[in-house]
Write a protein that binds this ligand. Structure first.
Ligand SMILES: *[C@@H]1O[C@H](CO)[C@@H](O)[C@H](O)[C@H]1NC(C)=O
Ligand SMILES: *[C@@H]1O[C@H](CO)[C@@H](O)[C@H](O)[C@H]1NC(C)=O
Length: 433
């Protein structure tokens, strides 16, 4: 009993965001304004509001990036089929509310699905294009999600894929759903469906094979613990209906998630990114700067600078390491003695204490002209036509090379760096955490 109360509290705490998957359930009441508009979702499927970044949109969305039982998934013979059959009862209606939530098109429907001796009330069904689940890796043009809620707050989603037909046959229900789609082309708008008859759909759900697994909402907050029943065989869909749906919904499909129980794909990806960008704890970064100056002026020979830097990185959670090497050689002509190189390392790490490492290198050099060189990881500077390449060697080391095509500068008609001369090389060795 106590654990049930705890669970309920947890669910209410985590499922609080705007989400089409739970829209209309007790977790997220529908909000219809007086002007008959619905509130549009704050997440999306494009650029930075897309599925890769949902966890950052709201504090309650962490499961989107850390959950280990996320939906959708690849469905194949490793995913069990439902052993008990759902009984699906949905009364036909003359019309129903049809809403554009910005992230999906949704129909407010009433019905009851009985599954494993429990009743679940149908709250709404909405559509995704392309399909979110893939069956034997194949995607489908449309997937319908019928969202049900039990008396205890548990959620069951019946999912139905649709396949385009060559003979133009289709599922009449969808044709009726989008009868007034021209009235809901703008997010937040509401209209009515045509007459809805559910027999074809409910019969299929009661007779076709259903994949069954425990997954998550496919939209923020990506809360887990809901039951998915996904029909294996798609229902028919004609091209006209599909194109009409697609022109309004655009694209609203989350990418497939990792195998159930395995680490979230976003965690896997961010670890990979961190390995490339950042050294682990206690790692040493060695920077060797080699400068050969083939100068024409008297006394000029060779300048060699070695810079050793220790990066006390914070380890996991590290975000970005940026090293900027700025070399200023303020040569004033004959007789000048000093070359100054400034190495700036900014480490934007998440761990405490990590801030900035600055190394200042003073070099004596009998240079005779003025040259300024600056390099950053991504820039190619005009003044010196510098090119810097970064290549990751395996996941363990990174080699950075900078080559300079020397340019004549000042009054002295010679090159500081011959074309293609390897000027400096940076090597980092990683200790794996
Ligand atoms: C669903 O039930 C509600 C409340 O009983 C009702 O207002 C609404 O018209 C019904 N909608 C449909 C499509 O049956
Ligand atoms: C669709 O839009 C037209 C024009 O605004 C309006 O007259 C009509 O009532 C709307 N129909 C529905 C079902 O929303």
């Amino acid at each position: 009993m106590f654990s049930r109360i705890l669970f309920a509290t947890f669910v209410f705490a985590t499922i609080s965001a705007q989400a089409s998957c739970i829209h209309g359930t007790s977790f997220l009441r529908r909000e219809v304004s007086e002007e008959g508009k619905v509130k549009v979702s704050n997440f999306g499927y494009n650029k930075e509001n897309g599925p890769a970044n949902w966890a950052q949109l709201e504090a309650g969305n962490t499961q989107c990036a850390t959950g280990k039982n996320q939906s959708p998934i690849l469905l194949d013979d490793t995913i069990p089929k439902a052993t008990s059959r759902p009984k699906v009862v949905i009364a036909d209606v003359e019309e129903a509310e049809f809403e554009n939530l910005g992230t999906t098109l949704e129909v407010i429907a009433n019905g009851t699905t009985t599954f494993e001796d429990k009743d679940f009330a149908l709250k709404q069904f909405h559509l995704h294009t392309p399909s979110e689940h893939r069956i034997n890796e194949e995607y489908f043009p449309v997937e319908m999600h019928m969202v049900h809620e039990g008396a205890d707050g548990s959620i069951v989603v019946l999912a139905v894929p649709f396949q385009l037909t060559e003979d133009g046959s289709t599922t009449q229900l969808l044709t009726s759903v989008i009868e007034n789609i021209d009235n809901v082309t703008t997010p937040g708008t509401v209209t009515k469906t045509g007459k809805l008859e559910f027999a074809e759909l409910t019969k299929a759900l009661e007779t076709e094979a259903l994949f069954q697994y425990t997954g998550s909402l496919t939209t923020p907050p990506c809360a887990e613990g809901l039951t998915f029943l996904v029909m294996e065989k798609p229902l028919p869909l004609d091209v006209k209906t599909f194109n009409s749906l697609k022109s309004v919904m655009k694209f609203n499909s989350r990418f497939v998630q990792n195998e159930l129980g395995k680490p979230n794909v976003l965690e896997v990806a961010s670890e990979a990114a961190a390995k490339v960008q950042c050294a682990g704890p206690g790692d040493k970064t060695e920077v060797k700067v080699d400068m050969k100056a083939d100068h024409a002026g008297p006394g000029d020979k060779k300048t060699e600078a070695k810079v050793d830097m220790k990066a006390g990185d914070a380890g996991p959670g590290d975000k970005k390491t940026e090293a900027k090497v700025d070399m200023k050689a303020d040569h004033a002509g004959p007789g000048d003695k000093k070359t100054e190189a400034k190495v700036d390392m900014k480490a934007d790490h998440a761990g405490p204490g990590d801030k900035k490492t600055e190394a200042k290198v003073d070099m004596e050099a009998g240079h005779q002209r003025t040259s300024t060189m600056s390099a950053s990881k991504t820039e190619e500077t005009d003044s010196a036509s510098q090119k810097m390449e970064t290549e990751a060697k395996g996941s363990k080391s990174e080699e950075t090379k900078m080559e300079e095509n020397g340019k004549e500068a000042g009054s002295e008609q010679h090159k500081v760096m011959p074309a293609g001369n390897k000027m400096w090389r940076r090597r980092r060795s990683y200790k794996q955490q």
